[in-house]
Design a protein around this ligand. Sequence first.
Ligand SMILES: Cc1cc2nc3c(=O)[nH]c(=O)nc-3n(C[C@H](O)[C@H](O)[C@H](O)COP(=O)(O)OP(=O)(O)OC[C@H]3O[C@@H](n4cnc5c(N)ncnc54)[C@H](O)[C@@H]3O)c2cc1C
Length: 345
Amino acid sequence: MVSIIGAGPAGSYSGFNLAKKYDVKIYEEDKEIGKPVQCTGIITNNLPREIYSEDYILNKIPEAEIIAPNHKSLFINLRNKNLVLDRSKFDCFIADKARERGVKIITNEKLIRLKDHELIFKNLRVKDEFIIGADGPFSRVARDSGLFNKRKFIAAKQVRLKGKFNEDLVKFYLGIGTFSWVVPENNKIARVGIASNKNLNIEFKKILKLEGGKIINKQGGIIPIYNPLSRISKDNIFLVGDAATQIKTTTFGGIIPGLIAAREFSKGFKNYEFRVNQKLKKELILNSRMRKRLDRLNDKGYNELVELFSQEKLKKVMESYDRDFPSRFVVRLLLKEPRLLKFIS
Ligand SMILES: Cc1cc2nc3c(=O)[nH]c(=O)nc-3n(C[C@H](O)[C@H](O)[C@H](O)COP(=O)(O)OP(=O)(O)OC[C@H]3O[C@@H](n4cnc5c(N)ncnc54)[C@H](O)[C@@H]3O)c2cc1C
């Protein structure tokens, strides 16, 4: 028997992958899967085929604009259109796929404590051989199994804005917060967000001022920072998704890395950590290194970066790869423009 804690995308997709071999139960603290939404929901088109559906896709975006503090922009055609998800429908879709394979999902059941493979919930106690923590950034499973480590977090908030937007363009502002974005659902509504541990509200007001529009609703949350030194398994306890800090720290996207890790459960538990590290570690470390460099830049540095990337030879490289796998293009970029070394190495 396998117990998975958390019915987010990483938990449900882990269950889906394990259900062929094991009897799987997923325990979710919320009453409804996929709610509340605490995510912008933009991803590259690297979704596993078996959980792909048009049903939860609100928009497909072909172009990105990266805006420097001096308001100069770099436009990049996205090799594969980026997908904007209805996050709630997305989570429900994966959960249903897991159920179709026989996974039982128990909602409204919060894990309070894990001790010696015994899971203590609000209303029941269960002892299981295999336990998966897919319970988000503050993972109780990670805490109680000694896998939490000294992890760091970044705060994020977003609003849905009603206004006038180009539905074919996702915008990223450099130099406002640590990272900030405008993701259109359509030409009338956009999700405008920011991640920052410094002056979050003040920085957020800057983008809201630039974008205009009327706030429809507000959401917020915490994103874990990838820690390459942390273990993600111990004594048949495994972590996946945000619980395992599987986040790209350049853009703070976690959906695709979490699903890549969850897919490894299709090969069972043996060597899970090793296999996930082979798939993700190099990419996530590269992301962290780039983030460290970017965090040191001032406005002048960001302006210079956008200027450099505006060269046709670099744009071409950027347009040929997805951002999920930077190791595939970073060296090519450096070979074409050695001055980038100070920004991305
Ligand atoms: C404002 C914001 C915007 C973001 N935008 C993007 C984006 O555009 N693209 C992207 O790729 N990523 C984005 N992210 C990150 C993304 O949301 C996460 O990486 C992703 O949700 C991780 O999926 P998960 O399944 O690991 O965890 P989660 O989606 O957090 O799911 C964990 C589940 O576990 C449940 N749970 C937690 N504790 C317990 C417990 N003790 N007992 C039982 N159940 C429990 C929770 O209720 C939840 O359902 C954003 C994050 C934030 C905060």
